[in-house]
Design a protein around this ligand. Structure first.
Ligand code: ADP
Ligand code: MG
Length: 596
């Protein structure tokens, strides 16, 4: 049996390691110690903190333990059992690999390690303090390892002062524990403070653990994801769009079980959700990405929070596909079909936009961008720079939802607001306002992209007297409005005459629509932006011009509306992300009536 597993990394390896501060706060101590426990194959990891970890961090595991020789070495810099060669460094399967954590902790705290290997009759205890020789003595205890870190930064007052309140420091620790719970499903985790046990999560499925952390109700609204693409396996849970939140706090990425922050991966998720969410709302998700360790570099960030892939675009495409498919399976968005055409999507980075092949993740040059965008309508060329949001991808699979309408089914209007009809599975209900909004939005968008203007001249130009600020706003947006089909005649002072409006606007309501549109533009300028002005303008105009709830419709008008909706690229959601169609299944009805 090998007595010594740990060795000191030779200089040529140590110098390859992304250097930086490993221990910044109690949370980093917890993270490093739990990572060590997981690397030691522990089945249970118990963490106790006192004073939010400032006074004590105590981590107990039932893993492989250390021999006496290893205990001696483990607190030396670059002492590790996890990396031997340069190749190992490029193929990291463990959470740790730098041999720096215990050394860094030993330099700024009073450290105690108690450990016993399962095969040894007796274990060892190491006591270390900065500036003194560490002591090692025999220890009789359970198999596994306990690490106790007392009085963190007691010898570095400047660092101690830098720490935040106990409440904040504790919250950071709890966040880190949450990530371990979601990342390592087979391990039992316990977290306690000086007063109580805060959680004890047994091994379980991702859904069970998610429910334990965030509640049964939210867990019920999560959709499973599972797909593989080009060697990237993506699995986990994504939230129903209705559960979206105004912040990104309930988003988790794990790459080979390591929690990471990766902008590109998250962006792929947002791209899949596009138009399903209102701006400023973010999806909830817990996603795992698994890939051959040789294809991911984890040695890029001192806290190991970031990773790089050998092919970032394939990773992007894998996530986009997996999440789109999952949303599609639940009829939230049409499914990603294996379209033959390269399918494009706009990727909005910081200020820039690029066009990416949705299936391969490849970034396309302007001449590579396919011009056929509107299935069945043969609309022509897209000039680079216009939004390719409405990609043909989204048209695949849509008609299935409305096929029953091709037969002469009867539809009804309910409360002059909802339209419903019977389907083989149950009943489908459409909100007339959002449906019309969707139809108009796509019409405006199509005309805009094709550079078509369809102005409808008014018999009598409409005179608008405006507040100075509104007048200025109108001037600012004049060019865009003209492109939409508005014709404005500028009078002196604060008067503007409206000579023509886009043909799709409801007759007699021009003034209301324009006033509401201006108010919305006002608001837009004050809000943090996610969508482009043009996108916002088109969506707002569609919303303001759409038929309202409460408006009676004839059977003919209903059918016309549904026909137009059926031809939409994205008929399920309005441009602001609200649902257009819902279905109540026979099963759900039976359940409501408690019929078995
Ligand atoms: P790294 O994890 O990068 O190797 P650390 O300083 O965190 O570096 O740990 C040094 C070594 O100590 C590890 O490589 C491992 O062999 C040993 N070790 C640390 N914690 C434990 C533990 N809980 N159980 C068993 N061995 C451990
Ligand atoms: Mg470590």
């Amino acid at each position: 049996m090998e007595e010594r597993r740990i060795w000191i990394l030779p200089e040529f390896l140590a110098s390859q390691i992304a250097a930086g501060e490993v221990v910044q706060r109690p949370e980093s101590v917890v993270k490093e110690l739990v990572e060590n426990a997981l690397d030691a194959q522990a089945a249970t990891v118990a963490v106790t903190v006192h004073g939010a970890g400032k006074r004590l961090v105590h981590v107990v595991d039932d893993g492989c333990g250390m021999s006496r020789a290893d205990v001696e070495l483990c607190i030396r810099r670059h002492a590790t059992s996890k990396v031997r060669t340069l190749e190992d460094l490029h193929r990291i399967c463990t959470l740790g690999f730098r041999g720096e954590a215990l050394a860094s902790i030993a330099a700024v705290s009073q450290l105690e390690i108690r450990t016993r290997r399962p095969e040894d009759a007796i274990g060892w205890r190491l006591l270390a303090e900065p500036e003194t020789e560490p002591r090692i003595e025999p220890w009789a205890g359970d198999k596994g390892t306990q690490v106790l870190v007392r009085n963190l930064f007691y010898n570095v007052p400047a660092r101690r002062k830098f720490l935040r309140s106990d409440l904040t420091e504790f919250r950071l620790i709890a966040d880190t524990m949450t990530r371990f719970v979601l990342g390592h499903l087979g391990v039992r985790f316990l977290l306690s403070d000086e007063r109580a046990l805060l959680f004890d999560v047994p091994p379980g499925t991702l859904t069970e653990r998610f429910a334990a952390l965030f509640g049964e109700e939210l867990a019920q609204r999560m959709l499973p994801v599972e797909a593989e693409y080009e060697g990237f396996r993506v699995w986990g849970l994504i939230g129903h769009p209705e559960c979206a939140r105004p912040s990104r706090t309930q988003q988790f990425w794990f790459v080979n079980r390591r929690w990471v922050y990766h902008k590109g991966l998250s962006h792929a998720v947002y791209t899949a959700y596009e138009q399903l969410l209102e701006s400023g709302m973010y999806p909830v998700f817990v996603l795992h990405l698994e890939v051959d360790p040789e294809r991911v570099d984890v040695n890029v960030h001192p806290q190991k929070h970031e990773v790089k892939f050998d092919d970032e675009r394939q990773a992007f495409a894998a996530v986009l596909r997996a999440v789109s498919e999952a949303l599609g399976r639940h009829h939230l968005a049409p499914t990603v079909a294996l379209a033959q055409d390269p399918v494009v999507v706009e990727r909005l980075g910081q200020g820039e936009s690029l066009v990416v092949n949705r299936l391969t993740g490849e970034v396309l040059a302007p001449e590579q961008i396919p011009s056929r965008r509107w299935t069945g309508q043969g609309v022509g060329h897209r000039t680079p720079g216009t939004s390719p949001r409405e990609s043909p991808l989204f048209s695949v699979g849509v008609p299935a939802v409305f096929t029953e309408l091709e037969q002469p089914v009867r539809c009804w209007q309910l409360h002059n607001t909802y339209i419903f009809w019977e389907t083989p599975e149950g009943v489908r209900i459409v909100d007339q306002h959002v449906a019309h909004e969707r139809v108009l939005y796509e019409r405006f968008r199509r005309q805009w992209d094709a550079g078509e203007r369809l102005p409808q001249r008014l018999l009598l130009p409409l005179a608008l007297r405006l507040e100075p600020s509104t007048y200025a706003l109108l001037e600012e947006f004049a060019e865009l409005l003209t492109r939409l089909g508005f014709e404005l005649e500028w009078e002196t002072g604060r008067e503007v005459r409206l000579a023509a409006v886009p043909a799709a606007l409801p007759a007699g309501q021009e003034e209301r629509v324009v006033t509401e549109l201006l108010a919305a533009l006002h608001e837009y300028r004050q809000l943090p932006r996610r969508t482009s002005v043009e996108e916002h303008l088109l969506a707002t105009l569609a919303c303001k011009a759409a038929i309202k709830a409460g408006q009676p419709l004839s059977e003919h008008e209903i059918r016309q509306l549904l026909r137009e909706l059926q031809q939409c690229t994205l008929p399920f959601v309005c441009p602001h992300g609200r649902p257009v169609v819902i279905e109540l299944t026979r099963e759900e009805l039976d359940r409501l009536f408690e019929r078995r």
